[in-house]
Design a binder for this molecule. Structure first.
Ligand code: SF4
Length: 337
């Protein structure tokens, strides 16, 4: 609720991930009379769920835009200033980057503040009190970053001090338990938010290995890194890496995001994985090994070596064939990223 005699409707930019906390924060702000503009950050490899975020924004009745994370974000993952969590997740730098962009958007639309669904003590790295302060300092959002769910434990922000947002109506949640949030979701009849188990791929050990491999051996552009989330990855040597899809969705994704210099390989009847080979001018040994990997994950696994078709992503009409050389399981394990 806006305090009586409040001069105008406050405008706030809210980070909406589609999860329960950010949905609740937006709901609290909206019910306090704030003109809420939701922002969803689209990660290159998924993470938060845009469909949930869109549904949450729609159900609360707030404005909503999506901002894409790009090369700048990849650089942060490669070289974070404030360290990492349990895997490759650079949570503090990640938040600084997102909040800085939210701050730009705040200025762009003439909003008063940015708010998030952060809860003190909920996440070990980025939601400690000192980390939250650090993030505020490095985003230029001092006094303008409101965490409605834990606001009672934090210093008042400018909009609270000015009476634009009623501090007494803000919450005092803390810690890892989500019981209060779930109770509130029930009370507000909030549905459709994503479960906290969804998770960020940068916290995943397997995915982190792939990102490290990419940083070590290089990538040509940001778009190319999107395929890190799909398939089985094999580093054949320092020059060559291949990715084999595990189902139709992954095969389609790999095809769609192939770099023009990549080689695409499939079995003639396409009853197996689509494989993308990355690296300069592969010779027949590499191509035959890739064909062996395609065969290994096809229904012809136990057949004598088959022929696979391949072509350059740049020229899909110039199709060649190569006889598979099947790798042993030990060899495959060695190549696995
Ligand atoms: S878990 Fe992932 S998305 Fe969330 S702050 Fe950390 S790096 Fe960023």
């Amino acid at each position: 609720m806006i305090k009586q005699n409040s001069p105008r409707v406050p405008k706030g930019v809210g980070l909406i991930s589609g999860g329960l906390d950010s949905t609740l924060a937006a709901k609290v702000m909206k019910d306090l009379g704030v003109d809420v503009h939701g922002v969803f950050f689209a990660m290159p490899w998924g993470c938060c769920d845009k469909a949930f975020a869109t549904a949450a924004a729609h159900s609360i009745g707030i404005k909503f835009i999506t901002l894409q994370l790009d090369e700048r974000y990849l650089e942060i993952v490669r070289k974070p200033r404030f360290g990492r969590g349990t895997a490759m997740n650079p949570c503090i730098d990640c938040r600084i980057h997102m909040f800085t962009r939210a701050a730009q958007y705040m200025r762009h639309i003439g909003a008063d503040f940015v708010f998030t669904g952060e809860v003190i003590g909920q996440r070990p790295m980025s939601q400690r009190r000192e980390a939250m302060r650090l993030i505020e300092e490095h985003t230029g959002l001092q006094g303008k970053l409101l965490r409605p769910l834990s606001a009672q434990f934090l210093d008042p922000t400018d909009v609270e001090r000015e009476g634009l947002v009623d501090r007494d109506r803000l919450l005092s949640l803390n810690g890892r338990s989500r019981k209060e949030q779930l109770d509130m979701a029930e009370k507000f009849n909030l549905q459709g938010y994503s479960s906290p188990a969804g998770g960020c791929l940068l916290t995943d050990e397997n995915f982190s290995r792939r990102i490290k491999d990419t940083f070590r051996y290089g990538y040509r552009n940001f778009r190319e890194t999107i395929s890190l989330k799909w398939g089985r990855h094999y580093r054949l040597n320092k020059d060559f890496k291949c990715i084999a899809g595990r189902d139709k969705e992954e095969n389609d994704g790999l095809l769609h995001f192939a770099h023009p210099d990549d080689i695409i390989m499939q079995l003639p009847d396409n009853l197996g994985p689509t494989l993308i080979l990355k690296g300069p001018s592969p010779d027949d040994t590499i191509l035959a090994l890739c064909a062996g990997i395609v065969q290994r994950f096809s229904k012809y696994k136990d057949h004598p070596p088959v022929e696979a078709c391949y072509w350059s992503a740049r020229n899909r009409n110039d199709i060649h064939t190569i006889q598979a050389v099947k790798p042993s399981e030990e060899e495959l394990d060695r190549y696995k990223v």
